[in-house]
Design a protein around this ligand. Structure first.
Ligand code: NAP
Length: 484
């Protein structure tokens, strides 16, 4: 299949924080890929901005180096790269000061949609939004994109929302969660709502439980200072895993519009039942210096921040009453794996004489990484003569194999930036959604702080703490293995 390129309107995109790590690794290479695909109209303009006092030529050199580093050589012919660099401009602005804004204003065109991408610390969101407004740069049609983390708790998220809403309408604000830009995550909605096969089974009558796993194989060395202030709950569960949970558990929206989809997601968060501390396992990877210890990585031998968390949740509504949702995420685990596993109940009555040893049951596995795709595990007859014995096989579909690398290899950032340019907010979190997720997370964090709870240790490179296995065993269930 050949990738279909849907052109977008001409745009002016301003990237604040254009000299930073995220811009270099994701945003600018992502824009180059869209340019290469022919999706960027010839009038489109990208303006980098940061505190560094550099000129346009220096910025081009920096972007060129980023693309050489992060884009495969075969995908960046020199002439195309040069052509892309010609689209770039740079305006030096200190977000906390008043200079540079008029230069930026002059660089923007009157009748072109303006997008401001704030790839800077959240502490600068309010200052930039305000100056875009007071300097007359933001127009009613402009869009503003903000990066994670969106708050540290409910109060700070509300403050950020307030600071943005003072100058922009909710319809102009795009809060990025790059998990929602992943092909498989969007496919989850297609799978559920564009097929009649799964939806009749998508409830507690047929689904035993759901497992959501986001495992990383690396630790937090190198960004320990930031991570230790945050932990797995704030860094991963409150946003990414919660978004995945919403997409699995939500009711079908009446139409595929941004607000209809997001209304249904908010209802899932609001339906979450209170979680007991006994249904949460918090872990920290610990061992000798050679294997990597969380304490060393964050340079804090007394840290109580979790690098791993597993929990059992209940969505209190008619569809899901009685079906637990297990979430787990952690650093320094056995493998880098992200997946959603929907485990179906056994048939109500077994007619076959031989009991199948080690039966795992029907499951639909939605793989986010590596090798995005879907696997359906079914029970069949074991081939050969000698009676009716059963075995399990997986019907495996890799998106890259089925649809081609070209279609499936796009980075989440590429899609999301193009959605902003198109004005489609479906895959971006709405303000009330973020606040609802914090309102759910805050009491849990407060409860373990109050209990003065220390995370339990686990070996780096393992599947997580023993206690997390027990959390599943308590319910007579098993986690899927992390990696092969
Ligand atoms: P970074 O490498 O520290 O870059 C920060 C950028 O902000 C630089 O371009 C810096 O410009 C600019 N900046 C700092 N203070 C400024 C000021 N007063 N006025 C104008 N510009 C200023 O950070 P990053 O890793 O790119 O992260 C940017 C945002 O994305 C953060 O909110 C982060 O949490 C989020 N994020 C990052 C990643 C990632 O993988 N890096 C992933 C998800 C989310 P100068 O260099 O010129 O000072």
């Amino acid at each position: 299949m050949v990738a279909r390129v849907i052109p977008v309107e001409p745009f002016d995109l301003v990237i604040f924080g254009a000299t930073g790590d995220l811009a270099r690794r994701k945003i600018l290479p992502g824009l180059f890929h869209r340019f290469r695909a022919g999706q960027m109209p010839s009038e489109a303009k990208i303006i980098g901005s940061a505190r560094s006092e550099i000129g346009g030529a220096e910025f081009q050199t920096l972007v060129k180096a980023a693309i050489v580093e992060f884009v495969d050589e075969t995908l960046r012919p020199a002439d195309l790269l040069e052509e892309f660099l010609q689209r770039l401009d740079y305006v030096h602005i200190d977000a906390m000061g008043e200079t540079g804004w008029d230069t930026l204003k002059k660089a923007l065109r009157q009748d072109t949609i303006r997008t401001f991408y704030l790839s800077v610390s959240p502490s600068l969101f309010g200052a930039i939004a305000e100056r875009l407004s007071t300097h007359g740069i933001a127009t009613p049609e402009s869009r503003i994109v903000v990066e994670k983390p969106f708050g540290h708790d409910l109060q700070s998220a509300q403050a950020l929302n307030k600071a943005l809403l003072r100058h922009f309408d909710e319809q102009q604000i795009y809060r990025i969660d790059h998990y929602l830009g992943k092909e498989t995550v969007q496919n989850l909605m297609a799978l559920r709502f564009a097929n009649s096969l799964f939806e009749p089974l998508w409830n507690s009558t047929h689904i035993d439980h759901v497992q959501v796993t986001v495992a990383e194989s690396i630790g937090v060395a190198g960004r320990g200072g930031y991570y230790d202030q945050s932990g797995a709950m704030r860094d991963m569960v409150q946003n990414h895993l919660m978004q995945l949970l919403c997409l699995i558990a939500m009711e079908p929206p009446s139409k595929f519009t941004p607000n209809a989809v997001r209304d249904e997601k908010v209802k899932v968060i609001e339906a979450l039942e209170a979680v007991e501390l006994s249904d949460i396992v918090r872990g920290q990877y610990r061992s000798g210096r050679d294997n990597g210890s969380y304490f060393d990585d964050v340079e804090n031998p007394d840290s109580r921040t979790e690098s791993y968390i597993a929990m059992k949740l209940a969505v209190g509504n008619w569809r899901w009453a009685g079906t637990p949702f297990y979430l787990r995420t952690g650093k320094h685990l056995r493998d880098r794996v992200s997946e959603i596993a929907v485990i179906f109940k056994d048939p109500p009555h077994n007619i076959f004489p031989n009991k199948m040893e080690g039966r795992k049951g029907n499951a639909l596995i939605i793989r986010l990484q590596p090798d995005e795709g879907i696997t359906l595990r079914t029970t069949i007859k074991e081939p050969g003569p000698g009676g009716m014995r059963l075995t399990e096989v997986s019907m495996d579909m890799s998106f890259a194999d089925a649809l081609g690398d070209d279609l499936t290899s796009q980075d989440a950032y590429e899609r999301l930036i193009m959605d902003v340019i198109r004005g489609d907010q479906t895959l971006f979190m709405r303000g009330d959604e973020v606040e609802a997720a914090w309102a759910w997370a805050d009491p849990l964090i407060a409860a373990w702080d109050e209990a003065n709870q220390r995370p339990v240790p686990y070996d780096p490179g393992s599947s997580g703490p023993e206690e997390a296995l027990m959390l599943m065993h308590k319910g007579g269930r098993r986690w899927r293995p992390i990696g092969d």
